[in-house]
Design a protein around this ligand. Sequence first.
Ligand SMILES: [Cu+2]
Length: 149
Amino acid sequence: MHIRLALLVALATLSLGACSRDCAPQVRDGWIRLLPGSTQSASGSMQAGFGRIDNRCPMPATIVSTSSAAYGHVALHESKVVDGVSRMRAVPELRLAPDDSAVLQPGGLHLMLMEPTATLKPGSRVVIEFMLKDGRSVLGEFEARKPAP
Ligand SMILES: [Cu+2]
C-alpha cells in the first residue's frame, strides 16, 4: 500500500518537474488574411497573420522574433487608432506572463507577413516560427483565409 503511494507521488513529482522545464507557449487558431479580389502574387504584397499565443507555463515567456519559410520577412506589429487614424508600430518583444495569452486580431496585434515566397490560396497552410528570449522557439500553423465580406 505505502509503496504504491510513494510511487504515485514520485511519478507526479517527476511529471511536474518535466512540465515546468519543457513548457512552452502554444500558438493556436492561426490564420492569414488574404486580400480581397486578388491572387496573392509572390511579389510586392503584404499579408497579415492572426491567432492566439497561450502561455500555460509557470514561467513568463518573451517572443523576440518571428520568421517563416513562406515569407522573406515576418514581424510582430500592433495597430492602434491615434487621433482617429489607425497606425501600426513594430513590437520588438512580446512578453507573456504565466497563464497569459496574446490575441492577434484585426485592429490590434498582428503578424506582418512581407515578401511572400509562394502564392497562397484559401486553405493553404504555412508554418511560422516564434523565437523565445531563452533561445527556444515554438512553431505555429497558419491557414490562409479569404477576408469576410
Ligand atoms: Cu502591420
